[in-house]
Design a protein around this ligand. Structure first.
Ligand code: FNR
Length: 181
């Protein structure tokens, strides 16, 4: 079987560590997995008035989520929570009422931060929302990644210090997706 994963990066920054982490993780995935990055930067600000005529960017994103067999969230922590752009995307695809695109999609949550707690609080807030949205989320292993020198090799792959840990994380994530797909 083939598994298509919708990747959601919680940072719009060009040189985002989390975007780099997402690309590096993808290199560790099994060959039957393909990944598609959702363009959450193209979404308007969520407004409930638009629920019965969602913008094209919203419809496109929802279609990509619906077509996927799993979700991969790679997010920074902003002010001890998830970035607003990520919450905006979660809200958009959860609506209109009864048409929640996230529902039932197995999810993985991971993130990198220059701060010591490695996005732990952002991830915890995100898990809370995903629980409500009915997306079964991998519980273990947790991965709070400290963005420091050597995290990535020059070619964008994971550096030696974190390679085994993140390979283990990816193996658990892939098994989680297969179990729920
Ligand atoms: C941050 N940063 C941050 N780091 C952290 O560990 N905990 C936090 O609460 C915050 N808060 C925060 C708020 C805002 C508005 C910004 C812009 C930044 C620092 C953050 O980890 C750092 O900017 C990362 O580089 C962001 O991830 P990307 O964009 O590199 O993926």
């Amino acid at each position: 079987a083939q598994y298509q994963i919708a990747v959601v990066v919680g940072s719009l920054r060009k040189d985002s560590f989390n975007r780099q982490l997402a690309h590096a993780l993808i290199k560790l995935a099994p060959s039957e997995f393909t990944f598609k990055f959702l363009d959450i930067g193209a979404l308007p600000l969520y407004n409930q008035d638009d629920d019965d005529h969602q913008a094209e960017a919203v419809q496109n994103m929802k279609a990509e989520i619906t077509a996927s067999q799993g979700l991969l969230f790679v997010t920074p922590e902003y002010n001890r929570s998830m970035p607003g752009v990520l919450k905006n995307a979660l809200d958009h695809a959860s609506r209109p009422y009864g048409k929640n695109a996230w529902s039932g999609k197995p999810a993985g949550v991971i993130g990198a931060s220059i701060g010591g707690i490695g996005t732990a609080l952002a991830q915890q807030h995100l898990r809370n929302v995903l629980a409500y949205l009915d997306a079964p989320t991998l519980g273990q292993p947790e991965a709070f990644i400290h963005a420091k020198e050597g995290l990535f090799n020059d070619d964008g792959s994971i550096g030696a210090g974190s390679k085994d840990f993140l390979q283990g994380w990816m193996n658990s994530y892939a098994a989680w997706v297969k179990k729920h797909a």
